[in-house]
Design a protein around this ligand. Structure first.
Ligand SMILES: Cc1cc2nc3c(=O)[nH]c(=O)nc-3n(C[C@H](O)[C@H](O)[C@H](O)COP(=O)(O)OP(=O)(O)OC[C@H]3O[C@@H](n4cnc5c(N)ncnc54)[C@H](O)[C@@H]3O)c2cc1C
Length: 510
């Protein structure tokens, strides 16, 4: 069978993740070429992930220890949001469950009932006493743990912090071993078919032509193919998410290695801190209409924990998505497909998810792909919009006083989908996860409660225990969580024995 010629433009995380997965799953059917330009380089940020990345690596046959050692990785149990409600407040969006459901009744409603029968105002902070992820994170503890032995507790649910450029290098070796051809060069022209408008070839600065039947645009924020050549429209969401710039800078590590990302709210944006084994990644995401670039840079430098290891780098972006992520014979994956700011570390997940969608809907050679395109675009739109709503939620629920960014976000009109979720939760304590929605009810609850959006009632299902039974159940659960945390090693100690970073440990699976 003749192989289908597939050309990937871009060698950042998106490009090499795509090359690795296509070569692994569809390798014999495809002739894969990846074009990248060292002169242009990659965006160079994107180091915090969410738990599903482990599944992507597993599907590639990549061992977790090898991955972490090769990418200077550390473990992540959640994201700590500091100052998002009011300055001085903080909460964790912890991965994994909180408490244990009993039959049909979600744990959360037992906790709400207990709060309502205490005679005191609802104290949201007590919810996290029932989250093993949260308690371990606050104690800087970690171990890989599927279950807590001898208890009804599940284990810890983790994601990774990792050096994205080392991950791309790792996946490059992986892909080249599987026959992916890498071409170094800068694309200067894109040739379109005069009748169909499909992309026929990429022309490099030195005149070489790279022909293909299917093109994957992983060219980053520049979107060289999907936008530059095909002019696909863009849905701009900056009225909901006004941040449009970031300064990024690495620093030396100080103190114990935290098993969580920090997201610290400031006057006109927020600061991230991502601990890796060899350094920390830091940045300030901000809205340039409320804070000038130089002032933002100074703000970031004033608020770093460790010594900077390089000059801060400025990244300009636009929040929103391409109206069609698959247009003609071109599929956009990664930053070229759109961008949601990194507050919930979702961009690499969007890459992973787009790749898996492409693998499942991959077009046959020469066939009509219109229905596949429509399905791909429909799923991509739903996914982007659901994540968008979750990110807007953090901004909207702020109680940070009168700084213009925060005031705008508190008073802005919301997407209907988000307004409905907020009303449902406030009236009834209920949340309904849409089919295949990435973020769980537990994730939404944590942000809402963490930022002071409190429900007025709870489910009558939680009446099925007596008051005494309920309090005993909750007290026992707290004891189990506290005990489990005392048994865990520190995150730093665990990393040192499980996956110490090693320059020589770069072997990729055969
Ligand atoms: C401030 C910020 C913070 C972020 N933090 C996170 C995070 O914590 N977690 C997360 O999941 N995501 C995060 N992201 C997103 C993450 O960085 C990206 O999703 C990820 O790096 C993938 O980028 P990419 O491969 O699409 O683009 P890039 O890394 O920019 O790669 C683009 C590639 O295309 C090539 N290219 C472009 N034009 C041409 C041309 N004309 N010819 C040849 N080659 C070309 C470039 O050389 C490069 O190889 C963040 C993004 C930003 C902006």
């Amino acid at each position: 069978m003749k192989q289908q010629q597939v050309v990937i433009l871009g060698g950042g995380s998106a490009g090499w993740m795509t090359a690795a997965m296509l070569s692994k799953t569809l390798g014999p059917a495809l002739d894969l070429t990846l074009v990248e330009s060292e002169a242009i380089g990659t965006v160079g940020v994107g180091e915090a992930s969410i738990p599903p990345l482990a599944l992507f690596n597993q599907a590639l046959g990549i061992d977790e220890q090898a991955f972490m050692a090769a990418t200077q990785g550390s473990f992540k149990l959640g994201i700590r949001f500091e100052g998002w409600g009011q300055p001085g407040e903080r909460y964790l969006h912890a991965f994994g469950p909180i408490g244990k459901d009993l039959g049909l009744t979600p744990f959360y409603h037992y906790w709400l009932r207990s709060q309502s029968q205490s005679g005191q105002p609802l104290d949201p902070t007590t919810l996290w006493r029932y989250s093993l992820n949260s308690q371990a994170a606050e104690a800087n503890k970690f171990a890989r743990l599927d279950r807590v032995p001898g208890t009804p507790l599940g284990g810890l649910v983790h994601a990774y912090h990792f050096d994205a450029s080392l991950y791309a290098q790792y996946l490059r070796r992986y892909s080249e071993q599987r026959g992916v051809r890498r071409v170094e060069g800068k694309v200067e022209r894109v040739h379109l078919h005069p009748v169909s408008g499909d992309i026929q070839a990429l022309q490099l600065a030195d005149g070489r032509r790279i022909e293909g039947q299917l093109f994957i645009d992983c060219s980053g924020l520049g979107a060289r193919l999907i936008d530059g050549a095909l002019n696909t429209g863009f849905d701009d969401w900056s009225h909901w998410l006004p941040c449009d710039r970031a300064w990024a800078v690495p620093t030396q590590n100080t103190g114990p290695l935290r098993p969580y990302t920090r997201a610290i709210a400031h006057e006109a944006g927020w600061q991230w801190q991502i601990p890796l084994q060899h350094r920390s990644g830091n940045g300030l995401v901000f809205a340039s209409r409320y804070l000038e670039e130089d002032a933002a840079k100074a703000l970031l430098l004033e608020n770093l924990e460790g010594t900077p290891l390089a000059e801060p780098r400025l990244i300009r972006f636009r929040v929103g998505r391409r109206r069609q992520q698959w247009q003609r014979n071109c599929i956009a994956i990664g930053l070229s497909s759109g961008f949601l700011e990194p507050l919930e570390s979702t961009s690499i997940h969007l890459i992973q998810s787009a790749i898996m969608r492409l693998v499942k809907l991959f077009p046959a050679q020469g066939g009509d792909a219109q229905a596949l395109r429509d399905e791909f675009n429909r799923q991509s739109q739903v996914e982007f919009e659901q994540i968008r709503d979750f990110i807007i939620l953090h901004y909207h629920l702020n109680r940070r006083g009168d700084a213009p960014l925060w005031q705008h976000c508190r008073t802005m009109a919301l997407p209907d989908s988000l307004a409905h979720k907020l009303a449902l939760f406030q009236q009834s304590g209920r949340l309904v996860r849409q089919q295949e929605e990435l973020f769980t009810e537990t994730a939404w609850q944590q942000v809402m409660l963490g930022q002071g959006w409190l429900p007025e009632s709870h489910s009558p299902l939680a009446q099925n225990l007596s008051e005494a039974q309920l309090e005993e159940f909750l007290a026992n659960y707290r004891t189990l969580v506290d005990h489990a945390v005392t048994q865990l090693p520190t995150h730093g100690d665990y990393l040192a024995q499980y996956c110490p970073a090693s320059k020589s440990n770069t072997e990729v699976p055969a």
